[in-house]
Design a protein around this ligand. Structure first.
Ligand code: PLP
Length: 392
């Protein structure tokens, strides 16, 4: 650390004989060095330190190492959003002429990046069903550079055949990228299943309070790590120190929150399945889940914070349900401390044709719930109020 003083600012950081137990927010954009030699030491890796916040800052470092520890990975990079993480990987590691293969039910903006932006830059893309490893492997081309999948699909909660896909990618020299936002490292560490790169929207469960927008990416290979870092720094995907500070705080309670929401989600799923007018309930640990055995293996018996269900009565019943369940926020996010409800046909999947939605199993009566930390009895009562309104 520099001991040189500047004329501009008094030294406000000294705290005497004791030290705070909470990390501070460091908003500084620039860092002053002692000498040109000291800068050389920093740039050439002989000394640690920061130079300019777009290239890295202490609060981003704290989030980066906290998520890396959770994922069982050596290092990671905090970025300004989950989409910044997806973009930094897809554009930082590809060039015109390459092909990128994606899961066919990726997060909406990831799908858009694949269908609109990569092709515009000369990078070919295609999609395949990740629940079918053989079909996915058959979609790999000689020029396929990387594959991007999520472990649990949104909002239909289907399980990818992660191990089968990892094997196919390894055999064909394809970089396997797993977006672990939905599943979180508490349920699965994709690196242990053969992923090369793991990424997150820290915005969701990890930060957990719907008050920060952040992303994270970690790569096993240092050369790929450097390419992602350079692309992110050049294109300015800088995370805000304040957001990082809030995320660090939020992540301290992540394991507790994740355990609690799973208990409530399992109870809610069981309750919904018993109600009149509910035609389908999806939850990974339920006996009737289409990928139950795979979910058991990959999530090691755990579930998730999401429950999806379908009510009869189409759009009219769906409108009545959200009005009747007035205590539950009808809002398109997930992973908040409060329960949120989303309706794919009118939000995340509105761009799809009704036929395509039907093929994926999302009717007008289909809802996705991100379960929060409310009292489970009160939450179930709120759902019952919605169901009563939908039936009326
Ligand atoms: C929300 C989300 C993203 C994008 O994250 P932002 O922080 O909103 O940019 C990417 N992938 C998945 C699975 C998500 O749920």
């Amino acid at each position: 650390m520099s001991t040189k003083k500047t004329l501009q600012r008094p030294d406000v950081l000294s705290v005497g004989a004791s030290k705070p137990v909470v990390n501070g927010i460091q908003p500084s954009v620039v860092y002053a060095s002692e000498t040109p030699d000291a800068l050389d030491d920093q740039y050439e890796g002989r000394a640690q330190g920061h130079t300019y916040a777009r290239e890295g800052h202490p609060n981003a470092d704290l989030v980066a190492s906290a998520v890396a520890r959770m994922e069982g990975m050596e290092a990671g990079l905090t970025l300004g959003s989950g989409m910044a993480a997806v973009t930094a990987v897809l554009l930082g590691l590809t060039k015109a002429g390459d092909h990128v293969l994606g899961g066919d039910q990726l997060y909406g903006r990831s799908l858009r990046l694949m269908s609109e932006d990569l092709p515009r830059l000369g990078i070919e893309t295609s999609l395949a069903d990740p629940t079918d490893a053989a079909g996915f492997a058959a979609a790999i081309r000689p020029e396929t550079k990387l594959a991007l999948i999520e472990v649990v699909s949104n909002p239909t909660l289907r399980m990818a055949d992660l191990d089968g896909i990892a094997e196919a990618c390894r055999e064909r020299g394809v970089i396997l990228v797993v977006d672990n936002t939905f599943t979180t490292p508490a349920a699965i560490k994709p690196i242990e299943h053969g992923a090369d790169i793991v990424l997150h929207s820290v915005t969701k469960l990890l930060a957990g309070h719907s008050d920060v927008t952040l992303g994270w990416v970690g790569a096993k290979d240092p050369v790929q790590r450097k390419a992602i870092y350079d692309f992110a720094v050049t294109t300015g995907m800088t995370p805000s120190p304040f957001d990082c500070w809030l995320a660090e705080r939020g992540m301290m309670t992540f394991p507790l929150r994740f355990a609690r929401v799973q208990e409530t989600a399992e109870r809610l799923a069981a309750h919904l399945a018993r109600q009149k007018g509910v035609t389908k309930v999806l939850y990974p640990t339920r006996d009737d889940h289409p990928d139950r055995a795979r979910a058991q293996g990959l999530l090691r018996g755990q579930g998730c914070n999401m429950v999806s269900f379908e009510i009869e009565g189409g759009r009219k019943a769906a409108n009545a349900f959200t009005q009747g369940a007035a205590d539950i926020a009808f809002a398109p996010t997930l992973g908040d401390v409060g329960t949120t409800l989303s309706h794919p046909a009118s939000s995340s999947h509105r761009a799809l044709s009704a036929e395509r939605r039907a093929a994926l199993g999302m009717s007008e009566g289909f809802f996705r719930v991100s379960v929060g930390l409310e009292d489970p009895d009160a939450l179930i009562a709120a759902f019952d109020a919605g169901l009563a309104a939908a039936r009326a």
